[in-house]
Design a protein around this ligand. Structure first.
Ligand code: PNW
Length: 459
């Protein structure tokens, strides 16, 4: 039996736009994802999150599902445009009430809420009026929104995550244009990322000054990173893999845990990479009580010498011209429905990389999971492949803990099938199956399996 530490947190994760629906209810304003999904050609099969999993109306049933499987923690995100329909100004009481009721329902069932303030659904007005994350006025606007959340929910929420995956917002939203707001640029990703880091730090400073002393919660940020393994043991491939990791995770984690962007980014991105003022640096350094990491896959990295290779649907490579890293998959690796290679040992190596580079931080895996082509038969879903994936990744996490990594939690993506962004409802990540016609939820085999893991605190 692989027993995890006594205080280990087991949970599942979701995000507002992916599950809530109710896109024009309860006084909610539009978000950039409402607009993006309604733009022809942006989402597979023309899907939108208008109704999604209808969680907005079914949250009580969904909390009952969680309770039934013995869930201890639940990570969800707040739709900013429910709280402030135009992104600024007076809070919307109905929006506050929705999340307040959800939090109460969770606590009534003994489930700890882990709340993400920004999982990509920026109020549309802020995009139209200010160009979204490109604007240096955004950090203060985000801080004011965060303050409303701390004020209204902080008496009951002990775990805050400011941003989910700034890398994805920057690269997929402002670089490749496959996610909202759909911008295509080689400089805007660095500007957007810069303002997100400043926004994160301002919200954390406010929380620490005004709320943390009384509310005693903790606050951090979630970054995402694949593992990059050197293709050969040549010095140039080793450097290529290291460079790819610094462009992926170092971009956002270095300023927070080391004080500035990685040198290799400064050299290669040069003037397109904004500079922090001394005040920015002071505010950003140390602005996280834990290290949130989302991890899904691994690729080999080699010195590219100008070559580039297509990666996966979401183009996990970043801006390849800047990195000059050639990414490839081992053809023997099995893949998920996302086209992401299944390489459990990549998680262990990534955890060690974080442990070394950031001096032994407390790490929480805030997402890990597997997309499968699930089918219902006799009201059951036999997702053996997902169970194998989870078991193998958890085993590697366990090994990392044995080897001294300070890993404190694991959140499975996702509680239920949901709107998988540009791929719509075609991709299923859930441990509960969702029938989008009837909104029926069916626990998959993996839900029962995960229930046992949590009960035994181990594998
Ligand atoms: C994450 N990449 O997205 C998000 O946090 C979730 O909302 C999402 O449903 C889940 O992972 C599965 O996709 C990512 O290209 C999107 O590297 C793209 C990448 C990574 C994570």
């Amino acid at each position: 039996m692989k027993k995890f530490p006594k205080d280990f947190t087991w949970g599942t994760a979701t995000a507002s736009y992916q599950i809530e629906g109710g896109w024009q209810e309860g006084g909610k304003g539009l978000s950039i994802w409402d607009a993006f999904a309604h733009t022809p050609g942006k989402i597979k099969n023309g899907d939108t999150g208008d109704a999604a999993c209808d969680h907005f109306h079914r949250y009580k049933d969904d909390v009952a599902l969680m309770a039934k499987m013995g869930l201890k923690a639940y990570r969800f995100s707040i739709a900013w445009s429910r709280i402030q329909p135009a992104g600024r100004g007076k809070p919307n009481p109905k929006g506050i009430k929705f999340y307040s009721d959800l939090i109460d329902e969770l606590l009534d069932h003994g489930i700890a809420p882990w709340v993400t303030l920004y999982h990509w659904d920026l109020p549309l007005a802020l995009q139209l009026e200010l160009d979204g994350w490109l604007n240096p006025a955004m950090p203060e606007i985000f801080r004011d929104y965060a303050a409303i959340c701390f004020e209204n929910f902080g008496d009951r929420v002990q775990h805050w995550i400011t941003f989910n995956e700034p890398w994805v917002v920057s690269i997929l939203g402002y670089g490749q244009g496959v996610f909202a707001p759909g911008r295509v640029s080689t400089s805007e990703p660095y500007q957007a990322g810069h303002q997100i880091l400043r926004a994160h730090a301002k919200a954390v400073a406010l929380y620490r000054e005004k709320f943390q002393p009384k509310q005693n919660g903790r606050i951090g940020i979630t970054n995402n990173c694949d593992w990059r393994e050197p293709l050969t043991d040549s010095e140039s491939d080793r450097l290529a893999a290291q460079r790819a990791l610094e462009f992926f995770l170092g971009w956002f984690a270095d300023p927070i845990f080391r004080g500035d962007y990685p040198d290799v980014m400064r050299e290669r991105v040069a003037d397109r990479l904004p500079k922090f003022t001394p005040e920015d640096k002071t505010l950003i350094l140390g602005s996280a009580d834990f290290f949130g990491i989302n991890h899904y896959t691994t690729l080999y990295a080699a010195e590219a010498k100008g070559k580039s290779a297509p990666t996966t649907p979401y183009g996990n490579g970043g801006i390849s011209e800047d990195q000059d890293v050639l990414l490839t998959a081992d053809p023997h690796w099995d893949k998920t429905e996302m086209g992401w290679s299944i390489v459990p040992w990549g998680l262990r190596k990534l955890l060690h990389w974080i442990d070394d580079r950031y001096e032994h931080p407390e790490i929480v895996i805030t997402e890990n999971g597997c997309a499968c082509s699930d089918r219902v038969s006799n009201s059951k879903v036999h997702d053996a492949k997902r169970i194998q994936f989870l078991s193998d990744y958890m085993s590697e996490a366990y090994r990392a803990i044995q080897e001294g990594v300070n890993l404190k939690g694991y959140f499975l993506w996702s509680l239920m099938d949901n709107f998988e962004w540009a791929l719509g409802f075609s991709i299923r990540f859930g441990i509960h199956y969702v029938d989008y016609k009837t909104q029926e939820r069916i626990p998959k085999d993996s839900a029962h399996w995960y229930g046992n893991i949590m009960k035994n605190n181990g594998l």
